[in-house]
Design a protein around this ligand. Sequence first.
Ligand SMILES: Cc1cc2nc3c(=O)[nH]c(=O)nc-3n(C[C@H](O)[C@H](O)[C@H](O)COP(=O)(O)OP(=O)(O)OC[C@H]3O[C@@H](n4cnc5c(N)ncnc54)[C@H](O)[C@@H]3O)c2cc1C
Length: 284
Amino acid sequence: MIPPAFEYTRPTSVDEAVHALADAGDEAKVLAGGQSLLPLLRLRLAFPELVVDVGRIPELRGVREDGDALVIGSMTTHHEVVHDPLVRRYAGLLAEATATVADPAVRHRGTLGGSLAHADPAGDLPAVALALDAEMVVAGPGGRRTMPAREFFVDYLQSALAPDELLVEVRIPKADGWSFHYEKFHAVAQSWAIVGVAALVRRDDGRIAEARIGLTNMGATPLRATAAEEALSGADGPEAVARAAGAAAEGTRPAQDLSASPEYREHLARVLTRRAVLTAGGMG
Ligand SMILES: Cc1cc2nc3c(=O)[nH]c(=O)nc-3n(C[C@H](O)[C@H](O)[C@H](O)COP(=O)(O)OP(=O)(O)OC[C@H]3O[C@@H](n4cnc5c(N)ncnc54)[C@H](O)[C@@H]3O)c2cc1C
């Protein structure tokens, strides 16, 4: 299909990009890797008058340390995230989950910022950002603001970004002392998750001291499995983990679609949480 006609601009700085978005009101769309936006344009599900291509803004690329945080530019590609030594060292869960996103061609074009801004609950990285307690740094006409991941994902395919705002970078607290695993259930290799579970575990004296669980595709937004997180505190072996994982679907509202019923997704959330926590905690 051929997309509808649109104006196109390719700014070279964040300020220029924000001005272009502000001038267009809510008639503009940011273009990052294009892996989600281009299909929407071609299917004529999006009709922007202006496309703002942020692919030539150097500030939006790369990974750096900033004290206790890792800072990843929004235009950093999935491929770069998977192979970056700082990400692997301080946010290994993100590298592991990103390696399961689609296929190499998509991972070379698609970006971390694009995946988060797209706010697809079936995307792997929003749930990972929630589990990692990531923060989003956003630029708009009034300057920059930072918001936690739990406030960023508002509804199905809807983030907290205003039409004239750009996601600039993602800040992730360094996960020293945490082990992790991303468990993804998909029907076909290199495809979307039917359900995914992102687990971070901190152990103390053989027990789980603290766990953080992010759920992919268990509602209109990515979710934290808070009931399971609480139940996991103090778990000392596989049986205790299995009992706690039984709470993983509490508070979720998974969708019915061609891949799975809500009940099947709830079952998957419990099973995958148990597997993810046991693997993360080295207790399997
Ligand atoms: C065949 C295929 C399989 C896929 N499989 C998976 C999968 O298994 N798991 C998974 O998680 N994803 C999957 N994806 C999606 C992929 O991860 C995309 O990279 C991602 O959804 C969007 O990233 P992008 O950089 O291409 O963003 P784009 O498509 O360019 O943009 C997506 C949306 O975000 C907005 N946006 C982008 N960047 C910014 C920014 N910096 N600030 C503000 N708004 C912004 C755009 O305006 C648009 O609305 C798949 C995609 C394809 C084509």
